[in-house]
Write a protein that binds this ligand. Structure first.
Ligand SMILES: [Zn+2]
Length: 323
């Protein structure tokens, strides 16, 4: 049977049922079936994108994906005039370390294997600084999300990753773990699908206001983030976006908290951008300061899958903030 599935054949063989983790079989070009008698769940394939969601354990419904293609991340469909105007509006966000961190992540991956398989969570669009990963010809990327987008090639809920254990050499979760209801469970899943010594790279906000409407649940301090990855040996961690960016976000949200009017909020948001965009440049100087570890907009963690667990007594010894 000719498959239109967007993920490569070798990666398809690593798929499993998100409910019971039994093998899946492509029963038509538009449907996967779980081969476990007693489960036999069916999962649709839309435009070559498998929708592998266990509805009973997720906040998402398969029908949401069947009924409409959610393309809100597809910037290529945006009005060109709007795209030009956007270029003249200063941004208040700046990732200081993402490019450097992803380069390091790629170097570590290639050091371990010649053709690493890397799973991206929240990968409907290319994350900030991720170009080096996407352009590396040796890396096989599987880009997942819970929405359709220009780069999505599989849809699933990260609380139940539909891949067999020990499948990937690397997993990336940039600005994802604040948007899941149970980040501990998702990191448990990341740990499971990674091969022995597999690498994880995560960026997660600390001082950032609600930015995903009803899909925004949690923030982590630097140590809280380290604890989330306690089953990983740390390669490196720290602030990825600094306190200048955090201040600009606070100022912008402070202004827009005065009103619910969408028009006024857009105006206040623009005013905030033009009057506070410069704050992010301070982060170039502040990013490695101890005080930034107490006040950063977001933290990163790069680590290696481990068999041992970091104890909480060891965790508190890792505090490197300014107090
Ligand atoms: Zn099943």
């Amino acid at each position: 049977m000719q498959s239109k599935i967007q993920i490569p054949a070798l990666v398809q063989q690593m798929l499993c049922c998100p409910r019971c983790r039994a093998n899946l079989e492509l029963v038509s070009s538009e449907q996967y079936e779980c081969k476990n008698f007693g489960c036999n769940c069916l999962f649709p394939v839309i435009d070559g994108i498998p929708i592998l969601i266990d509805e009973d354990a997720s906040i998402f419904y398969i029908d949401d994906f069947l009924s409409h293609r959610n393309l809100f991340f597809d910037l290529s469909t945006e009005n060109p005039v709007k795209q030009v105007i956007k270029r003249f509006i200063p941004n208040i966000s700046r990732s200081i370390k993402a490019v450097r961190n992803y380069q390091k992540f790629v170097d570590f991956l290639l050091n371990q294997t010649n053709s690493p398989k890397v799973l991206v969570l929240g990968g409907s669009i290319l994350g900030k600084g991720m170009e080096v990963v996407a352009k590396c010809p040796a890396i096989e990327l599987v880009e997942s999300d819970v929405s359709f987008g220009p780069r999505t090639n599989i849809i699933f809920d990260a609380h139940s990753i539909p891949f067999k254990s020990d499948s990937f050499d690397g997993v990336i979760a940039q600005a994802v773990l604040e948007h899941v209801v149970d980040p501990y469970k998702c990191v448990e899943e990341i740990h499971r699908v990674l091969k022995k010594d597999g690498l994880v790279y995560a960026e997660t906000p600390f001082m950032q206001q609600v930015h995903g409407g009803c899909y925004d649940f949690t923030r982590f301090t630097h140590l809280g983030h380290r604890r989330l990855f306690r089953k990983f040996e740390e390669i490196e961690s720290g602030a990825v976006c600094g306190s200048g960016m955090a201040l600009a976000w606070s100022y912008s949200y402070f202004l827009s908290s005065f009103t619910k009017s969408q028009i006024v909020r857009i105006f206040l948001g623009l005013f905030a951008r033009f009057t506070s965009f410069y704050l992010k440049y301070f982060d170039e100087f502040l990013i490695d300061k101890a005080g930034t570890l107490d006040a950063a907009s977001a933290y990163y963690f790069m680590g290696r899958k481990s068999d041992s667990i970091l104890s909480d007594k060891e965790l508190i010894k890792l505090y490197k903030g300014a107090l």
